[in-house]
Design a protein around this ligand. Structure first.
Ligand code: ARG
Ligand code: ZN
Length: 867
């Protein structure tokens, strides 16, 4: 019985104020709730509150306890038929946080109490209309044994004190009305890192990051990122923080990345804790971006929230756009853009081409948890980026200002959001709304004709979006295509468009086919189109390899320079995988890469991205049906050619970039490390004794986790006794550090060697493997299924069987995390039939199992196309 957007009705009752009182105990926590309820509109509906896994102790209306006959309770609801128009409802329930392994609602992690309520976890804490359009002011009293020294909730601490029997309490008040999904509570022994920030209006905000005892120094980078985020939001969007206190808590058992609870963000510790010895540059980068993301939600999510869960992209796509813009300002626009697009293609494009494709704003669901997807988040961000491109930065900012002004303190919709931009820009954006409602990745094909005599270039761009489940026919969308021209020597050529002299222009497609004529094109042009990846589409062009070499050598748009290299590599790998290797082309490519590497002006971080060949999942999307084994082999062959051809350059890079002195996580230093590790990774394609020695030396000499992992990953690719020795050494050294042990599991899961599946299965019996901890589970199981295509797609089907077994086992206690493992099987139609049928068979086996959660049931049915 799916939930549909078209069925939306405003809430029957509103709750202006709530007082919650928690009496915490691991197995028997008591929750008393006192709700000021009023009827919303004229109707005689009964009061119906969500509540799951709650032991009801008592219910009272206006101080009078209800008899059993005066209320109904089932597994999902508490219903009170006869209630007045305004009343006080009091309930008391008992819950068992310690045995809550779904990690939703109130649960325990590492001996501490914590919560996760988004999307529908609050109903596991108390009876409540669990929907985002009921906004209430919360006062929360927490009482516990003093063995739980810190008692935290949203807002401001208004009272605390001692109680008899070794107990104490604290009372918190959040002055901002909020939906229940933003409620949070934390209690336990924690260390705290404190700081302060003066906001733009001169208010001082206390900043506190709470972590496991002994870990406070590892929160320093997150604190620094938080302060930079707060300043950036003031400067870029005029948004100031609104409470006197901002807290973040890190927990080890968490179903996803982090959560923006008002004034009390809760983070997966993997996205918060970092020091040079235990965290890689990539960890630092992700911490910076997630700290920013959750902080930015304070305005786009908390102050303005979603009317219903179909509007999820309203806060998520927008907030991803904001965090990507922040990261670009912190770390460089081109490099950040390339990384964001790589992630978009790897996750969202794959989703959009499979049975789980859905619009940025879906219209029905079974479990909303299944819609925290790359489409909602990453494509949701791309849509905002296009909006900004289409109306220009000033109108975009004006639209955001209007949105904040008009909707502050409310729960709203994507339509209302877009309306703000239509008003601010004076443009009709009704066609643009198609980006929210239509699933699928548009395909563009670009062709151009140059007329030497007239010095004109005609560019024709056609668009087409392939059908997706439930949407057989598609309409044309407004698509901004940023383009510029080079000449055959790689110099920028100016041109005239409608009489205006330009270096670059944005062509907005609105029909199935759009033609533009550029004049004053003096020399034969090379077209650089879709610069900066101006729209989330797949584009093919009539460009020849020689044109791509021109772009690779000198496109001033660094995204397209990188893209040209990827395109060339992709074609060479696909040709090889199809049994038609282009040896001459490969040599030419290796030479061009050599020139790009020696470009002194280029940023090392950019060169590192250039050196990385398209990933195997990326290649699998490019040609279907995909043969993962052939793609793996062909990709390695190209890497080997580069490793041989560029051996001297790569070794020189590797030794030249060696750093001495203190570690700094800044972008420039990280870029140099990235390039050095990328050089090593490429050299590792040539598994000679000499390479193994180099990698082992790299691993041993590493003074930080980035280099240690770089060395270990290279040794993994080479294999042999050096690898085994390093693995052993690594574990012995880091076994007390959970986040590092996760890396140890993950590197083994990525191993393309034939023995890897056996090793991975063996690791599930390792004493450190704990499937109840989502980080550990994902390090082994998701890494294997998502990043080791050649072994996951073993022709025997053993890789699929392994994943299905894990899904079934985890689903028994943690449906949300189990459901996230289904995705790799979902692409079964894109693979060679022999593999696809085996994948499908595992999906059928899952579906036939008893006691499946709604979460897994929904994804598996959709994956099989049976929805
Ligand atoms: N709102 C959180 C964030 O993006 C993620 C919450 C995920 N919840 C879920 N049920 N999957 O920052
Ligand atoms: Zn978010």
């Amino acid at each position: 019985q799916p939930i549909r957007l078209s069925d939306y009705r405003p809430p029957a009752f509103l709750i202006d104020e709530v007082a919650l009182a928690f009496d915490l105990a691991p197995n028997t926590t008591r929750v008393k709730a006192r709700l000021s309820v009023r009827r919303n509109g004229a109707h005689a509906d009964p009061l119906k509150l969500n509540g799951e896994r709650l032991k009801l102790i008592s219910v009272a209306v206006d101080g009078r306890a209800l008899a059993e006959a005066e209320r109904e309770v089932d597994a999902e609801f508490l219903t009170v038929p006869g209630v007045p128009d305004a009343f006080v409802l009091e309930t008391e329930v008992e819950i068992d946080p310690e045995n809550n392994k779904a990690l939703e609602g109130l649960y325990m992690s590492g001996g501490r109490f914590c919560t996760q309520c988004e999307a529908e976890g609050f109903r596991k804490i108390t009876y409540w209309p669990d929907r985002p359009d009921v906004l209430s002011r919360f006062t929360v009293r927490i009482e516990a044994d003093k063995a739980f020294p810190h008692l935290l909730s949203n807002g401001n601490l208004i009272e605390k004190g001692e109680l008899s029997g070794g107990r104490h309490y604290a009372v918190w008040n959040d002055p901002f009305p909020k939906p229940c999904y933003l409620f949070a509570l934390v209690a336990g022994a924690l260390d705290v890192l404190e700081d302060k920030l003066v906001t733009m209006s001169g208010r001082t905000v206390d900043l506190r990051i709470y972590v496991d005892p002994g870990m406070a120094p590892r929160a320093a980078y997150a604190m620094d990122a938080l302060k930079r985020s707060m300043k950036w939001d003031e400067e870029a969007f005029g948004r100031e923080y609104d409470l006197d206190l901002f807290m973040i808590v890190a927990v080890r058992d968490f179903n996803f990345g982090a959560m923006e609870n008002k004034g009390l963000n809760i983070f997966n510790s993997s996205l918060l804790l970092a020091d040079p010895a235990t965290a890689t540059d990539m960890d630092y980068e992700r911490i910076e971006s997630v700290v920013a993301h959750e902080y930015f939600h304070n305005w786009t999510g908390d102050r303005i929230t979603c009317r219903d869960w179909f509007q999820l992209c309203l806060k998520e796509g927008l907030t991803v756009f904001r965090d990507q813009s922040f990261s670009a300002d912190m770390r460089g626009h081109a490099v950040q853009r390339i990384k964001d697009v790589k992630a978009l293609r790897a996750r969202q494009f794959a989703e959009d081409q499979g049975p789980l494709a859905h619009p940025v704003r879906p219209s029905s669901y079974l479990k909303i948890d299944n819609f925290y997807t790359a489409t909602i988040y990453e494509k949701g961000s791309e849509v905002i980026r296009m909006l900004k491109t289409l109306i220009g930065p000033e109108a975009f900012r004006a639209g955001m200002d209007l949105y904040f002004e008009r909707w502050d303190g409310h729960a709203t919709t994507v339509e209302e959001f877009i309306k703000c931009f239509a008003e601010a820009s004076g443009r009709d954006l009704s066609d643009f709304f198609g980006w929210y409602e239509q699933a699928g990745t548009p395909r563009l094909s670009l062709s151009s004709a140059y007329d030497v005599a007239r010095r004109t270039l005609e560019v024709e761009i056609a668009q087409e979006t392939p059908p997706t489940p439930g949407q057989p026919t598609k309409t044309a969308l407004p698509i901004p295509v940023r383009l510029g021209l080079l000449d055959q020597d790689g110099r920028t050529q100016a041109f005239l468009r409608d009489g205006e002299a330009l270096d670059e222009t944005v062509v907005v497609l609105s029909e199935a086919k759009t033609t533009v004529r550029l004049e004053g094109v003096d020399r034969p042009p090379v077209v650089s189109a879709l610069r900066g990846f101006s729209a989330p589409v797949v584009m093919t062009t009539d460009a020849q390899p020689k044109d791509r070499y021109v772009l690779l050598a000198g496109d001033p748009d660094l995204f397209n320079r990188w893209e040209a290299g990827q395109e060339l590599a992709r074609e060479l790998i696909l040709a090889r995988a199809a049994g038609q290797p282009d040896e001459v082309g490969e040599e030419r490519f290796a030479e061009a890469m050599g020139r790009a590497l020696s470009d002194q002006a280029a940023d090392p971080a950019f060169k590192a991205l250039l050196l990385a060949m398209p990933s195997e999942p990326d290649l699998a999307l490019a040609r279907q049906p995909a043969d993962p084994a052939a793609l793996h082999e062909a990709r390695e062959a190209l890497r080997l050619r580069l490793a041989v051809h560029l051996a001297e350059d790569l070794k020189r890079l590797h030794s030249g970039l060696q750093e001495s002195g203190e570690f700094s996580p800044d972008a420039a230093s990280a870029g140099r490390r990235a390039l050095r590790n990328a050089a090593l990774e490429l050299l590792a394609a040539n598994p000679k004794a000499e390479t193994a020695e180099l990698a082992l030396g790299h691993y041993r000499a590493a003074g930080n986790m980035t280099d240690a992992m770089g060395g270990l990953a290279a040794l993994m690719l080479i294999g042999g006794p050096e690898y085994e020795a390093a693995l052993e050494d690594f574990y012995a050294k880091w076994k007390a550090e959970p986040l590092v042990v996760d890396k140890w599991f993950a590197v083994q899961a990525r191993d393309p060697d034939e023995t890897a599946l056996g090793r991975v299965m063996g690791l599930t019996a390792h004493p450190a493997f704990d499937p109840k901890n989502p980080n550990r589970l994902r390090a082994l199981v998701s890494t294997f299924a998502n990043f080791n295509p050649v072994r996951f797609h073993d022709p025997s089907g053993a890789g699929y069987r392994f994943l299905a077994d894990q899904i079934l086992a985890v689903d028994r206690y943690n449906p949300m995390t189990a459901a996230r493992l289904v995705d790799p099987l979902g692409g079964w139609r894109r693979y060679a039939p022999a593999l696809g049928q085996l994948m499908k068979a595992e999906l059928e086996r899952i579906l036939a199992s008893e006691g499946l959660s709604k979460n897994v049931f929904e994804l598996v049915t959709r994956a099989l196309g049976r929805d």
